[in-house]
Design a protein around this ligand. Structure first.
Ligand SMILES: Cc1cc2nc3c(=O)[nH]c(=O)nc-3n(C[C@H](O)[C@H](O)[C@H](O)COP(=O)(O)OP(=O)(O)OC[C@H]3O[C@@H](n4cnc5c(N)ncnc54)[C@H](O)[C@@H]3O)c2cc1C
Length: 414
């Protein structure tokens, strides 16, 4: 690790890697430190559990016509498949909803989307205030807009913040080789000190000093890309301490949770076709969405989100896989059991360097994103999905945040 550089970038996820890349293009010297033993952060493709690529974190390349990763994916020959989440199957507990009800849900979805946006343009209220009715179909639609997309239940989401979120902005593409592998490929030539968490940042005098277990780094400025979960847990200490407005920004952007329950079967695609989407709505918000057989793999990817995802994470992997299998039985029939091979569960809730999936502003805190990205003393800068200038919550938004923050830093640090 070089002892002194222009900029220290803390974190080698999508935003940190893009920040470092842009700073180097702009002629700045950079040290990147990463707490984990790998790069990519919440962009991570696991190739060992199932023997084929499975994205434990981000999977959809959102807003693909304008996403900085799209040209790279094309240039490097990645396999892209356009995919939206229109439902091919809707279930209320064990019973399949009639076709008209499923079509009604699509119409309600468009309406709710507009109403939340309209409410958000006026006031910083909870997104749930835009729900007119509470029929079963309304609840199903709210599940999609809330837990499965924004990673929080709609009553915990600011309608104003909803306008900034990029988690379902089309065109959306899935990547066969994995979004995580694309981010890792982008970052492979950027020198990163792995297993090097930043513990303390001193910024009271000239420049910054970043204390790590491997020694102290000095620089003219630093860019912090840790999630708001990591910041709220005070895994980095600040000297002087963070001002109250910055602490409020972190508190206003708590981490939501989206968790995946991938289930592998020995039988090729059955009941639903590859890339079809099924939602099973349940009593007490124990809802699950299945992405069926992506890329014709023998894999159902279950998703749970919001409060229920936290609950299931606390219960543990065995419980989560059991829940997923039960839900699969109610959608695909009890016969699915004979084909079951193995299941898994993503653990972003307890991952010490994420502590959730992505940040959502609570009602009344829509301004928190702007405050989070506001630098301290023109030396301590913040980037990442929670600070993204647009398409917040997403990997592409995190990349943009890294690039724009790097440009700002380069203009300030001479
Ligand atoms: C289950 C799930 C599904 C998702 N699905 C999608 C999707 O389909 N499409 C999409 O676009 N987005 C999706 N996302 C969101 C997307 O993954 C994130 O928005 C994006 O990857 C965040 O990038 P980042 O650089 O802001 O943060 P991170 O990826 O978290 O990077 C920050 C890095 O900093 C490191 N770090 C933290 N603290 C320290 C420290 N003190 N010292 C050193 N290093 C530190 C961390 O280890 C991490 O590597 C999903 C996320 C999850 C969890």
């Amino acid at each position: 690790m070089p002892g002194h550089t222009d900029v220290v970038v803390i974190g080698a996820g999508s935003s940190g890697l893009n920040a470092a890349h842009r700073l180097r293009q702009l002629g700045k010297t950079v040290t990147v430190i990463e707490a984990r033993g790998r790069i990519g952060g919440r962009a991570y493709t696991d190739t060992t559990t199932f023997g084929f690529p499975f994205d434990r974190g981000c999977a959809w390349l959102h807003k693909a016509d304008d996403n900085p990763y799209t040209p790279l994916a094309k240039q490097w020959g990645y396999t892209l498949q356009e995919h939206d989440t229109a439902l091919e199957g809707l279930y209320f507990r064990g019973a399949e909803a009639p076709d008209e009800m499923r079509k009604l849900s699509a119409r309600i979805e468009a309406g709710l989307d507009e109403r939340i946006a309209k409410a958000g343009r006026k006031k910083d209220v909870a997104a749930s205030t835009a729900m007119k009715k509470r029929s079963r179909v309304d609840e199903a639609v709210a599940t999609f807009h809330g837990p499965m997309s924004s990673a929080v239940d709609l009553d915990e989401l600011s309608a104003k913040d909803y306008l900034t979120i990029g988690t379902d902005v089309p065109p959306n593409f899935l990547i066969k080789e994995g979004y995580g592998s694309l981010v890792a490929r982008f970052g492979k030539d950027i020198p990163v000190s792995l297993n090097t968490p930043a513990r303390r940042i001193r910024y009271g005098g000239p420049g910054v000093q970043v204390e790590t277990g491997e020694g102290t780094l000095t620089a003219k400025a630093c860019i912090i890309t840790s999630s708001t979960g990591v910041l709220a847990a005070e895994k980095i200490r600040f000297d002087p301490p963070l001002p109250p407005w910055k602490e409020d920004a972190v508190a206003g952007l708590p981490m939501g949770l989206l968790a995946k329950i991938p289930l592998q079967f020995s039988k090729p695609e059955f009941r639903y076709k590859a890339f079809e989407d099924v939602l099973r709505e349940n009593i007490g918000k124990r809802d699950i969405y299945f992405l069926c057989w992506p890329f014709h793999l023998n894999l159902l990817v279950g998703f749970v989100g919001g409060d229920f995802a936290w609950e299931l994470s606390a219960a543990g992997e065995a419980e989560a896989v059991d829940f997923g299998r039960n839900a699969a039985r109610s959608v695909f029939g009890s016969g699915v059991d004979q084909y079951f091979v193995k299941g898994s569960f993503t653990k972003w809730a307890s991952d010490p360097w994420a502590l959730g999936a992505y940040a959502a502003a609570i009602p009344g805190s829509a301004g928190a994103r702007e405050a989070l990205r506001r630098p301290l003393a023109e030396r301590v800068f913040f980037a990442g999905e929670a600070c993204a200038p647009r398409w917040t919550q997403t990997c592409g938004g995190a990349a943009l945040s890294g690039i724009e923050t790097a440009e700002l830093v380069a203009s300030v640090v001479k």
